[in-house]
Write a protein that binds this ligand. Structure first.
Ligand code: SF4
Length: 303
């Protein structure tokens, strides 16, 4: 990565980063920053579907060693957890933070200080977890952080339900996109994540992420610095529609996509009320997913 300069630094030097952040923050007055398009005025205390206020709420930040190995390396991924979420997964594994918005308010300037602190710890990147309902504030924080010398890649770690207009605003600011693709059937998205058109929206979003950043690139140490990394959590009885997700990635994105097939599902939140989500997946279910990926020619797997 020695020669890689994150895109946000270029935009900062051109004076465009602050302009984009100012414009983006205005959108919170009639909030359309994610596909729910609630049109509430968050700056006047109104809340939309995500329940997020206009100020940033985070539940914490730390040097994380449990993320993908291409993000963690030997010094960790500088992870910041944002509260609230624009999805309502019945099996949410972070419900206190995502469903109930636990956390504390932080200004954009203080969030910039957090980013600088994570960089000083030696983290390889800034990893924004669940940013889709806060990205305008985050953009402003990145501006303040660039002013203070932030120079490591930024990872957009999202549930995948992102608006195209949001991603276009983020073009050139995000170095690594890491979306989940949770389901390949919109009906499953509606039933289990509470949103309409999950796969339809996510497909468009992931195509745009790929257009901006391409296949995942790693440096000599094996640390990612730019590109797309897709996560897919395998659910019991193939509720996640794994074949459809992997076919989309292989045929419509790139066979060279870095894919994390995740086997760690466990019943959380309201999953006990939604059988078969009330059990873990079996070794066979996971093996089938790995074989499907291999048949489709997807070889860059983290599993
Ligand atoms: S970010 Fe929240 S308030 Fe804004 S459109 Fe999305 S769900 Fe609605």
């Amino acid at each position: 990565m020695p020669d890689y300069i994150p895109g946000y630094i270029k935009l900062y030097k051109k004076g465009e980063l602050k302009k984009r952040a100012d414009e983006a923050l205005k959108r919170l007055e009639n909030c359309d920053i994610c596909p729910h398009n609630c049109r509430v005025d968050r700056t006047k205390g109104e809340r939309g579907r995500c329940g997020a206020p206009s100020n940033l709420i985070i539940s914490g930040f730390h040097r994380h060693f449990g993320e993908e190995k291409v993000l963690v390396g030997d010094r960790g991924s500088g992870t910041i957890f944002f509260s609230n979420c624009n999805l309502s997964c019945v099996f949410c594994q972070n419900c206190d933070i995502s469903c109930y918005g636990e956390g504390y308010e932080i200004s954009e300037k203080k969030l910039a200080d957090v980013m600088i602190r994570l960089q000083r710890y030696g983290c390889h990147n800034i990893n924004l977890v669940s940013p889709s309902h806060y990205w305008p504030n985050i953009m402003m924080a990145v501006y303040y952080a660039a002013l203070k010398g932030l120079n490591i890649p930024i990872v957009y770690n999202t549930g995948g339900y992102d608006a195209l207009s949001a991603l276009k605003s983020l073009d050139g600011i995000i170095d690594i996109y890491m979306p989940d693709i949770k389901f390949s059937d919109d009906k499953m998205g509606e039933k289990y994540a509470g949103v309409k058109g999950y796969f339809s929206v996510t497909k468009k979003a992931v195509k745009e992420m790929y257009r901006q950043t391409g296949d995942l690139k790693v440096d000599k140490r094996g640390i990612a610095y730019r590109g797309l990394l897709v996560r897919h959590l395998i659910l019991p009885d193939d509720i996640s529609g794994t074949k459809g997700v992997l076919e989309f990635i292989a045929n419509d994105i790139s066979k060279n996509t870095y894919v994390n097939l995740m086997d760690q599902y466990y019943p959380a939140h309201r999953a006990e009320d939604y059988p078969p989500l009330n059990r873990r997946i079996t070794a066979n279910e996971f093996q089938r997913a790995v074989e499907t990926a291999a048949k489709l020619g997807l070889t860059r797997l983290e599993k």
